[in-house]
Design a protein around this ligand. Structure first.
Ligand code: CMP
Length: 138
């Protein structure tokens, strides 16, 4: 099984960071393992954390779509960006899933200490919001 630094090294968002940065970030994360079919994120609830997928596949169920996310991808960031935001979609494990999870405080530290990571994360987050708000959808 790979450790937290190995997981983070495979994530494009962290491409510009050195091993010391990655180690500090990995130390702030919790290893979370859930079985296939378990729901990790319920729409409309307050967000407590975000997740980077280490192993397995998750399914994001938005109003319009089902989107699969795999190793190196992340979810749960949207409800953490704004203090009073709630979850925008349901996320469940399609297969057994292993993630690195960051609570709200660790997420805040991560984006405050690494502006480049914050900018890339915002770009992905905005793309997802735009996708979910596509004009023409009911
Ligand atoms: P959050 O709103 O905190 O919880 C649900 C998560 O699903 C959301 O953060 C994103 O990480 C993810 N998500 C929402 N919409 C999409 C999408 N269109 N594509 C991929 N992931 C999404």
């Amino acid at each position: 099984m790979s450790d937290g630094v190995d997981v983070l090294r495979r994530i494009e968002l962290f491409a510009g960071l050195d091993d010391d940065d990655l180690r500090r970030i990995a130390e702030a994360a919790n290893d979370v393992e859930v079985p296939a079919d378990q729901v990790l994120v319920q729409p409309g609830t307050k967000g407590l954390g975000m997740f980077f997928i280490a192993e397995g596949t998750a399914i994001v169920e938005t109003k319009h779509d089902h989107v699969e996310l795999g190793p190196g991808q992340f979810f749960g960031e949207l409800a953490l960006i704004k203090e009073d935001a709630t979850r925008t979609a349901r996320v469940r494990a399609k297969t057994d899933l292993r993630c690195l999870a960051f609570d709200r405080a660790s997420f805040r530290r991560l984006v405050a200490e690494h502006p480049d990571v914050a900018a890339s994360l915002l770009e992905v987050a905005l793309g997802r919001l735009a996708e979910n708000a596509r004009f023409g959808d009911q």
